[in-house]
Design a protein around this ligand. Structure first.
Ligand SMILES: NC(=O)c1ccc[n+]([C@@H]2O[C@H](COP(=O)([O-])OP(=O)(O)OC[C@H]3O[C@@H](n4cnc5c(N)ncnc54)[C@H](O)[C@@H]3O)[C@@H](O)[C@H]2O)c1
Length: 261
């Protein structure tokens, strides 16, 4: 085994929840390029199939599935389908989430339905998909890796009506540390990335406002927002054996933004 093999995912099977999305599909492609067999699950089945098709076109082995990961039965089903197709499960990446830009309200008026929706989309989706995947990893007994997507908003306020989103991402960062602590005994590592704004359709409206974008970019030392490719290397690394002694970490992928705070 060469030193660089530790950074690869040969022989591993990865499930990407939300793998049809902007960041999820880039991550799914990167996991496959690193050698993993990949399952792409998304509530919008066409997105899952499109992402799977793009990966298949590179010669990789991939399965696309429609699933609503806020539903326990769907989480069980995609894990079972993964094992049926590929025989094991080593990695889950939780890339379902977001929604912040759609429900911006003053903190003192933040409506409960918007709050519940953001918590479901971000926290419940991550919780249920991870529970199903980790039960399978524990059953298989070979350890594994969980990679969550938090946000700099877990740690930084923003004067833009983000109450529910900051709470949801705070929960994702906390659960990353909690799960790492509980599941280390099973050889399961749990980490997260914590991006600043990533140029994706979800935040296109916000970033389309030149004054808002200039304000964000002026605070990022590397002088730009992220792109989806910026997310892939950190996730592949955290999922790989090169990160074998890293667990419970929430890695800033933010162009240096939080270094300045
Ligand atoms: N875009 C950014 O600026 C940014 C910044 C920091 C963190 N993030 C986080 O990155 C993650 C991905 O964001 P994105 O920009 O790629 O969003 P996206 O909307 O492009 O992708 C999310 C995907 O999840 C799917 N999905 C939604 N609900 C689902 C459900 N119940 N079951 C299964 N699939 C479901 C959607 O169909 C979509 O394909 C989110 O957690 C988001 O909060 C994004």
């Amino acid at each position: 085994m060469s030193y660089l093999d530790r950074f690869g995912l040969e022989g591993k099977v990865a499930l990407v929840s939300g793998g049809g999305g902007a960041i999820g599909s880039a991550i799914a492609g990167a996991l496959a390029a690193a050698g993993a067999r990949v399952v792409v699950a998304d509530v919008t089945e066409e997105r899952a199939q499109a992402a799977a098709e793009a990966i298949r076109a590179t010669g990789a082995d991939v399965l696309g599935l429609g699933a609503d990961v806020t539903q326990e039965a769907d989480c069980e089903r995609i894990v079972a389908a993964t094992v049926e197709r590929f025989g094991r499960l080593d990695i889950i990446v939780n890339a379902v989430g977001g929604g912040a830009g759609k429900v911006l309200f003053d903190a003192q008026e933040y409506p409960r339905d918007a709050w519940d929706w953001i918590m479901e989309l971000n926290v419940r989706s991550t919780l249920l998909a991870t529970q199903a995947a980790v039960r399978e990893m524990i059953r298989e007994g070979h350890g594994g890796a969980v990679v969550n997507i938090s946000s700099v908003r877990a740690d930084l306020g923003i004067n833009a009506g983000y109450s529910a989103y900051v709470a949801a991402k705070g929960a994702i960062s906390s659960l990353t540390r909690q799960w790492a602590t509980e599941w280390a005994k099973h050889g399961i590592r749990v980490n997260a990335i914590r991006p600043t704004f990533v140029d994706t359709p979800q935040v296109a409206m916000l970033l389309g406002d030149p004054a808002f974008k200039a304000g964000i970019v002026s605070r990022i030392p590397l002088g730009r927002v992220g792109d989806t490719d910026d997310m892939t290397g950190p996730v592949v690394f955290l999922a790989s054996d090169a990160a074998a002694f890293i667990t419970g970490q929430v890695l800033g992928v933010d162009g240096g933004l939080t270094a300045t705070q």
